[in-house]
Design a protein around this ligand. Structure first.
Ligand SMILES: [Mg+2]
Length: 101
């Protein structure tokens, strides 16, 4: 699955989320949600590395939570880029992959 396909599916999920939760995704909602998800990843990472409450979760459950939060972050990055009409593949070429030349 490429980034465009991923983005289309993530947008479909986010559209449902907006409708089901009766929220408004205005311009700054996307960056705020990305920050929220980063906080959730950090919380779970602290638990996984025994520097936060483990909430009676097993190591596997804590690692799964990290995996889920990374998916949330990726989804929010794709949503942010889509909302602001940013081509992430071009961004990666221009920034990261410029170091390979
Ligand atoms: Mg999350």
């Amino acid at each position: 699955m490429d980034l465009n396909e991923l983005t289309k599916k993530v947008v479909m999920v986010s559209d449902q989320y907006e409708k089901n939760c009766n929220i408004k995704r205005d311009d700054d909602w996307y960056i705020l949600k990305l920050q929220e998800e980063l906080g959730e990843l950090t919380q779970n990472y602290l638990s996984y590395t025994l520097r936060g409450r483990n909430r009676n979760l097993t190591n596997e459950e804590l690692k799964k939570n990290i995996s889920n939060e990374l998916a949330d972050i990726l989804g929010q990055v794709l949503l942010f880029a889509n909302h602001h009409d940013i081509d992430l593949e071009k961004s990666m070429e221009d920034k990261w992959f410029s170091y390979l030349k």
